[in-house]
Design a protein around this ligand. Structure first.
Ligand SMILES: [Zn+2]
Length: 425
């Protein structure tokens, strides 16, 4: 039987592999309140390399959480952002693969492949009308050629990665996502339609696709951009996917995946309303939000935990440039807004926690501070045992923050009715 990802799924990234239970607890609360969401523990090659962890550990932690909490439903471990060079590292432990082909966007496929693609899509010229989108799109031969020139090679690369995985894994046991988010330009709904058309020809059992949306999706902070414009584009993408499932014979439950999705509080209500309006599913990836809750928990605990949190900040401040490097397209820190490590040294736990916590109503909340801490997990990793012992010593307060953050600030506004008042118990 095919393993199903379900309509709603949630990427619960966990840098240090200690919070799987606290994360799963948030999904248990959601389930008890009537919304089923499949947990997916996602961790990229980039994160594993920085932390020196392995996918086996992510798998072990996920399995353990599922067992201890008696979770009976599906769950997955995501080889997040892999290519041919890195996928082998994940094959044994993962059952969700995010094929990252963004580096191939803009590189040209062979002329004959482009011609074949154009030929097979001529039927959509001159007008493409998609139920749910007002009016129609004008489609020209030149436009299809252009899209093929830009995206066909990337789609073919996704096919190559998938076929490599399929030598070792049964299609029915795995979930395949294709990601094109870490690139400079967003894809338009029409481009997404033709990308899906190309993907359908690669025979990839595609379950989710992660495009780049307009606006900025920086790590761990709110969406920056025009919310109304995002809504229009997002709804068009949903309409395209719903239409493509029928028209191109894709998986019946194909859905959009939103990366760097955590903490995009200003667009959560739009996402919530839109997926219900179109009756389609959603996958949303979070990674840094849980790591930041760990630090918030440490700060709140006072004493030793707070010292560890301050130490991470002081070193992150010193090594900001180096830490930013792997995240250049997804963080935007305003250095002038950062407090000096000397002043942070004098802070109490509450001040540290409320400067870091993503509570837009709090006058102390500082997005630059939060983003720097977001990428500061490398420092915590270098602390090794010192950091891990602090996690264990303060497990209770950390777990409470992790669960509450995921349920109250993320899951509730994304999936529940917007007037739902349930609290995290
Ligand atoms: Zn991504």
């Amino acid at each position: 039987m095919k393993k199903e990802i379900g309509k709603y799924s949630f990427g619960v990234g966990d840098r240090f592999g200690h919070q799987a239970r606290a994360q799963l607890r948030a999904l248990v609360i959601a389930r008890d309140e009537g919304i089923n969401i499949t947990p997916v523990w996602n961790k990229s090659y980039r994160e594993h390399t920085i932390i020196h962890s392995r996918p086996e550990e992510t798998r072990r932690e996920a399995d353990r959480a599922v067992q201890e909490l008696g979770w009976q439903d599906a769950y997955f471990v995501d080889a997040d952002h892999v290519g041919l060079k890195t996928v082998d590292y994940f094959l044994d432990s993962c059952d969700f693969f995010t094929l990252d082909v963004a580096d191939y966007i803009g590189k040209r496929a062979s002329q004959s492949d482009i011609s074949n693609f154009v030929e097979s899509n001529k039927k959509f010229i001159p007008k493409l009308s998609i139920p749910g989108i007002k009016g129609f799109f004008d489609i020209t031969l030149l436009q299809i050629k252009k899209i093929a020139g830009k995206y066909l090679l990337a789609v073919q690369e996704a096919g190559r990665i998938y076929r490599h995985i399929a030598k070792r894994k049964q299609a029915s046991d795995i979930i395949i996502e294709v990601s094109m988010d870490e690139t400079s330009e967003p894809q338009t709904p029409v481009e997404i339609f033709f990308i899906l058309s190309a993907l359908s020809k690669e025979n990839i059992p595609l379950q989710t696709i992660a495009p780049k949306f307009t606006g900025e999706f920086h790590k761990g902070v709110d969406y920056i951009g025009n919310v109304a414009k995002f809504q229009k584009e997002f709804e068009s993408n949903l309409a395209v996917i719903r239409f493509a499932i029928e028209e191109l014979g894709l998986q019946h439950d194909l859905k959009l995946s939103i990366h760097s999705g955590s903490d995009k509080f200003n667009i959560y209500p739009v996402i919530n309303k839109s997926i219900k309006k179109f009756d389609v599913g959603l996958h949303l990836k979070t990674a840094g939000t849980t790591w930041l809750e760990e630090v918030i928990g440490l700060a709140e605990s006072g004493k030793d935990g707070l010292q560890v949190a301050k130490e991470i900040y002081a070193q992150s401040f010193e090594r900001m440039e180096e830490l930013c490097k792997p995240y250049l397209t997804v963080v935007q820190i305003v250095s002038e807004k950062l407090p000096s490590p000397e002043s942070v040294k004098k802070w109490d736990g509450l001040t540290f926690a409320s400067t870091l916590r993503h509570d837009i109503d709090s006058p102390q909340y500082n997005p630059s501070f939060r983003q720097l801490m977001h990428i500061g997990y490398k420092i915590a990793s270098e602390m090794g045992e010192h950091y891990l012992v602090a996690l264990s010593d303060n497990e209770k307060v950390i777990a409470k923050n992790v669960t509450e953050n995921l349920f109250t600030r993320h899951i509730k506004p994304l999936f529940f009715e917007l007037n739902y008042l349930g609290e995290c118990k």
